[in-house]
Design a protein around this ligand. Structure first.
Ligand SMILES: [Zn+2]
Length: 85
């Protein structure tokens, strides 16, 4: 069966035309992005709210669900944690 899976309609402001690859959960957004939408971090048109000033949060929202080349991921949180005394 070839059932079409509805994808999240969030569009990243990362540049180019990157869309979240997660399966749609509600209102056309995946679970993560739907929660962002509920918080007002994402607008109804599927784009990030430019009024959101938290850069880390913006990053998390923009990168969630994206399939990007490995080099683009610079999240080394476990590495960073181990550096703390
Ligand atoms: Zn999404």
């Amino acid at each position: 069966m070839d059932r079409i899976v509805e994808r999240c309609r969030f569009r990243s402001s990362y540049g180019g035309d990157f869309h979240c690859q997660d399966r749609a959960y509600h209102y056309g957004f995946c679970r993560f992005h739907f929660e962002c939408y509920m918080r007002g971090e994402i607008l109804a048109n599927g784009q990030i709210n430019e009024k959101l000033s938290d850069q880390l949060r913006r990053r998390a929202i923009n990168f969630h669900g994206l399939r990007l080349p490995r080099e683009t991921y610079v999240e080394s949180s476990s590495d960073r944690k181990s550096r703390y005394p």
